[in-house]
Design a protein around this ligand. Sequence first.
Ligand SMILES: [Zn+2]
Length: 226
Amino acid sequence: MNNYEQGIKNIFWTGNSKKKYLFIFVAHPDDFEIGCLGTVLKLQESSVNFSIKLLTFCASNEIRKKEQEASIESLNRLGINIELIMFNYIDTILLESISDIKKDIQKYENKIKALGGDICVITHHCNDRHQDHACINNAVIQVLRNHRVITFRILKYEEEKFVASFYVSLNEHISKNKVAHILKNFPSQHGKNWFRKEVFLSQLRVQGVHANCEFAEVFSIEKMCI
Ligand SMILES: [Zn+2]
């Protein structure tokens, strides 16, 4: 493992267990892919061994559910080990179900502990103005009290305060693969003004400027427990 891989590994995981997990909690199908797929593709190219448990909460819509499944199947075929768990909550009104969502997360915390490896939790950031994203952030933070929690930003209609803690530089190949994957696997979203190749690539490029590299994903550290 070179210094670069060691650095990225240390950001996401504290210990030296051979079992490393990313537990990713998102509101909608496509949130994981938009938020951090580039970093996952980069980790996959490294010598870091990890697997992902992805919990997607708003999967009541059959079309969107199938899109999420197809996206993960496609990534599994690339050799990325992702277990997908979906819940049938309804988007835009997720907050009404927050007590049930917290119970779901609590159940998974027990499974998380039983796994016994190094764990990093990834979710939406704490100032996200989207009501469903904010709901998942709150539920995760209130239930998972002693885990490393890293959050990502998804561009939306509103400006919002996001405190960048670190950037993961991406090359052009991974950046374009990420965007192509999103556009291919979530056709139901193509009518949205922000769901554009130019938007996704521009965001990665601007973040790359911030990090003095070509392209980058950005994360905020919500909590570190060492
Ligand atoms: Zn979303």
